[in-house]
Design a protein around this ligand. Structure first.
Ligand code: PGA
Length: 251
């Protein structure tokens, strides 16, 4: 039985006051961590103030990190820095970072290795563009990303990994993949993990769907056998919506 995981991805939204206001509203309304992992992935400037206020059933994550331990990388943040302030999750390879900040599967792979070394829980994002979806290239693209992104990771690491399947055409567009498409594709991602590792690993890994998840479609998405949670952008910015989304994940 895989524990569901709902993660909010705040992207470049929320000042310190807005972040504090949000966490004070949701903190004591999160379901038990025994039933669902509820995570907020925020930008670096508010991570510490969220960690300081988080109650037991909420976890705080970052949206990116560098693969090096430390060094002359102006503007970057390391895994140890995140770890040292109490952050537990980190999103790696979001499509916006791949598209706008030149992240490659090679750098994503290095970041995953480093995140595991630092004992952070990575959420790896994969997903196809509209062109790839419409031209029947989705499976080829996803398999290619997974082979490169997971290279060299041990079975134990991959069992504890969270993968967010996020079709790029569904992100921030209001255009959600149908629950069937989302489930089928998450199932495909699981089959690639089985091919690269084994059935035990594929059964253990948690796969989220992401892309215009909202309170009106979360129930249907969560009822699907291959979907273990959601990575939520826009709808995670409103406290009431986030509370509804995490409760929808309680089986
Ligand atoms: P969205 O974003 O929910 O606003 O579509 C999802 C994501 O980019 O993780």
């Amino acid at each position: 039985m895989r524990k569901p995981i709902i993660a909010g991805n705040w992207k470049m939204f929320k000042t310190r006051d807005e972040a504090i206001n949000f966490i004070l509203q949701v903190n004591d309304k999160m379901p038990s961590i025994d039933e669902v992992d509820s995570v907020i992935c925020a930008q670096f400037t508010v991570l510490r103030c969220l960690v300081k206020r988080q109650l037991n059933n909420l976890r705080i994550g970052a949206q990116n990190m560098h693969w090096a331990e430390e060094g002359a990388y102006t503007g970057e943040v390391s895994s140890s820095m995140l770890k040292s302030i109490g952050v537990t999750y980190v999103i790696i390879g979001h499509s916006e970072r791949r598209a706008m900040f030149n992240e490659t599967d090679e750098s994503i792979n290095k970041k995953l290795h480093k995140a595991f070394e630092a004992e952070l829980s990575p959420i790896l994002c994969v997903g196809e563009s509209l062109y790839e979806r419409e031209n029947g290239l989705t499976e080829q693209l996803l398999e290619g990303q997974l082979v490169k992104d997971l290279e060299g990771l041990t079975k134990e690491q991959v069992k504890s990994l969270v993968i967010a399947y996020e079709p790029i055409w569904a992100i921030g567009t209001g255009k959600t993949a149908t629950a069937q498409i989302a489930d089928e594709t998450c199932g495909f991602v699981r089959s690639v993990v089985e091919k690269l590792y084994d059935k035990e690993t594929a059964d253990a890994i948690r796969i989220q769907y992401g892309g215009s998840v909202k309170t009106s479609n979360i129930d249907e998405l969560m009822s699907m056998p291959n979907i273990d949670g959601a990575l939520v952008g826009g709808a995670s910015l409103k406290a009431d919506d986030f509370i509804t989304l995490v409760h929808a994940a309680v089986k």
